[in-house]
Design a protein around this ligand. Structure first.
Ligand code: SF4
Length: 364
């Protein structure tokens, strides 16, 4: 299959693995930022193929996982309001908030619907003019343009009962926050592939320039990831950190100007609250004043109460790369994909779910 088989070629994979082993002489820590990369690395057994010198850590790149309990509580509070339909991507409805979840509030009789896109939510709004339809807008730069497009569509079609609870997050600022925290000393970062199709590789330039850390944008096939690790090891071993793209078929240095323009038309940058990290300046997106009519926070009284993290859950530490799921006392006992305690076990890209499905037999 074009663009698939050539990135899974075992012979080329063996060559890359051999080159990584030859090049890597000193202990290094690499973080894959994106949950999609964590899944791909585990699914393909890549950790087991690497030399002992390379330690792989998972980062905060799962939008469901990084949504703070306090923000999820707002979504749950919105679902309790009369004449409201809350719409959300599927994973989000199973995430436990402080005292409930969207799934539980739906079971209690509130109107919560799973949608596959923001456009689906616009259609629900169009079909239910006597209800307020609120879309829970989570995601990184990858999803923000489509949500911006949904707002422009609603405006064009004069659909005045469509709202967004904007919980969008931005990747480069959180990478900077993690590097600033210094809890884990990183030598290299596998930069997210899908996000980079939108923002390009230029926004990562601060990583080598200000922190001396290697960075490579990766795709999601086994050879993409092996090539990325090969380039990272090369940068580190030669002492020449820079930003490289090992995913040329998907990412250009300048990104996707049309998608960026769409985002910029509808959203402005704001402070965002990240699970396990807290508020980070300039790391989120809110609707511009021009689109205030579509903003759930501006148009509804949201009483979410005080927020609590699930007891015993260490998702916050896992998202910062400080702990692994194997260090959580609830992993595979009281916390499983069927009965998740925290978001990292709910999301298909969460580290705990990934370890559960692929990692445990290898000892993580
Ligand atoms: Fe949280 Fe469950 Fe992961 Fe533990 S195993 S960190 S409780 S999601």
């Amino acid at each position: 299959m074009k663009f698939i088989d050539e990135y899974r070629d075992p012979e080329l994979g063996q060559k890359l693995i051999a080159r990584i082993h030859r090049q890597s002489t000193k202990p290094i820590k690499l973080m894959e930022f994106c949950g999609g990369h964590t899944v791909a690395i585990f699914k393909n057994g890549i950790r087991q193929l690497l030399p002992k010198t390379i330690e792989m850590l998972s980062g905060p790149g799962c939008p469901v996982c990084v949504t703070a309990s306090s923000d999820l509580d707002k979504a749950i509070a919105l679902s309790h309001l009369p004449n409201v339909i809350v719409t959300s991507f599927g994973d989000m409805i199973r995430v436990p908030g402080s005292s409930s979840s969207l799934q539980r509030t739906k079971a209690e009789g509130n109107d919560v619907r799973v949608v596959y896109s923001a456009q689906d939510a616009v259609h629900i709004a169009r079909d239910n003019p006597d209800k307020s339809v609120i879309f829970i807008g989570i995601g990184f730069e990858t999803t923000a343009p489509t949500i911006a497009a949904s707002i422009m569509q609603a405006e064009q079609e004069e659909i005045n009962n469509y709202y967004i609870l904007s919980l969008h997050k931005l990747c480069p600022p959180i990478m900077k926050a993690i590097l600033d925290m210094g809890e884990v000393r990183l030598d290299g970062i596998i930069c997210p592939g899908h996000v980079s199709t939108i923002i390009g590789s230029q926004p990562y330039q601060f990583i080598p320039d200000d922190y001396g850390v290697a960075s490579v944008v990766s795709g999601f096939e086994p050879l993409d990831i092996l090539l990325t690790i090969d380039r990272l090891v090369n940068q580190i071993e030669t002492g020449q950190p820079k930003v490289e793209i090992a995913y040329r078929r998907g990412v250009k240095p300048e990104g996707n100007p049309s998608a960026l323009k769409l985002m910029d038309t509808v959203f402005e940058i704001c402070k965002a609250n990240w699970r396990g990290i807290g508020p980070v300046a300039s790391s989120g997106l809110k609707l511009k004043d021009r689109y205030r009519l579509f903003d759930a926070e501006s148009n509804f009284d949201i009483d979410a109460g005080s927020s609590l993290e699930p007891q015993g859950c260490i998702c916050g530490n896992i998202l910062r790369g400080v702990s692994t799921p194997l260090e959580c006392g609830l992993f595979r006992t009281s916390c499983t994909p069927e009965h998740p305690v925290g978001p990292c076990m709910v999301s298909s890209e969460g580290s705990c779910a990934t370890y559960y499905h692929y990692g445990v037999d290898y000892g993580g």
